[in-house]
Write a protein that binds this ligand. Structure first.
Ligand SMILES: [Zn+2]
Ligand SMILES: [Zn+2]
Length: 303
């Protein structure tokens, strides 16, 4: 029995590639993965290597559900984009092998290729021993667009896909809004606003800030409870990697301030930055926006 109404948890915090430093890391070595859920509905954001431990955690719950209900266990996975650090864990996600699971995979088409096709290409025989159809779970694929919102109806276990031009979301329900971000190579990235019972959490990874702040994002994230924002670089590093599609912690703080969020989590840590370096980033960021902390694996917000 779940003892929460709503929960957010981080399973992967790194950008680019997973790391396992010889002296360990307290912050985490897995690439991006974040989960937001109610007792009934599970939504995972990105399938970096962090989705592998998350999958292991879900297996007992899936088995128990199946014994009681004898109907599919639905899991929604939303992708910000399909760069390798955001998809590499999917073939190793234990529930993808379970026939009682129905995965709803939702993400952006990229440079004219449909989202489903991109995920299928990741497991071509040249790269992986199983193809997408050989994983035993049921799967549905959807392209995401700027007009899409995803919501859950309490009487239905599957996610519902709405069009913001036609449908109006229930402000108290469990719902996810999208925003396309253009400044990430080569075809941008999607940001997500998770809403539940008037609480708001923003997942904004793989974005590079704009001079003077980002007004679109500040509006999208306005008064959010939590803003998870790309903060891959120190200021010095940013000057070397300007245009690579990631932010400095200063940019993350500026957006947090403009959006008047309650908490900022610095995310998508550079794999070259040691824990020591990251704690320095956190210290610098706290001076600019006091309610800031580093995103760490295992970080949890429960309501
Ligand atoms: Zn990334
Ligand atoms: Zn990326």
């Amino acid at each position: 029995m779940n003892n929460f109404n709503f929960m957010c948890k981080i399973y992967g915090v790194r950008g680019s590639y997973p790391i396992a430093p010889t002296n360990g890391t307290k912050i985490g070595g897995n690439t991006t993965c974040f989960m937001a859920r109610t007792p009934e509905h599970i939504v995972i954001f990105d399938a970096g290597s962090g989705i592998i431990p998350l999958g292991r955690e879900l297996v007992p719950e899936i088995v128990e559900y199946q014994e009681k209900h004898n109907k599919p266990f639905h899991i929604t996975i939303l992708f910000t984009h399909t760069h390798i650090d955001h998809i590499l864990g999917l073939p190793f996600f234990a529930p993808i092998y379970m026939p009682q699971v129905h995965l709803h995979l939702i993400g952006p088409p990229t440079v004219g290729v449909d989202f489903e096709q991109i995920l299928r290409m990741q497991v071509l025989p040249q790269y992986f021993p199983l193809t997408m159809d050989e994983f035993r779970s049921q799967k549905s694929f959807h392209n995401v667009s700027e007009n899409t919102f995803i919501y859950f109806d309490d009487n239905l276990s599957q996610p519902q896909i709405g069009d913001i031009r036609i449908d109006s979301p229930d402000p108290e329900g469990f719902c996810i809004h999208t925003m396309k971000y253009y400044f990430h190579p080569k075809d941008g990235c999607y940001l997500y606003r998770i809403e539940w019972n008037n609480k708001k959490v923003i997942f904004a990874t793989d974005i590079e800030g704009y001079k003077g702040g980002d007004q679109r994002l500040a509006k999208f994230a306005e008064n959010a409870d939590i803003l998870i924002h790309d903060a891959q670089y120190t200021e010095e590093q940013y000057h070397k990697f300007c245009g690579y599609g990631h932010s400095s912690f200063v940019m993350a703080c500026e957006t947090a301030r403009q959006a008047a969020v309650k908490k900022l989590l610095l995310f998508h840590h550079d794999p070259n930055n040691s824990d020591e370096e990251l704690y320095k980033i956190e210290k610098g960021a706290k001076k600019l926006f006091s309610e800031t902390e580093l995103a760490k694996e295992g970080w949890e917000w429960t309501l």
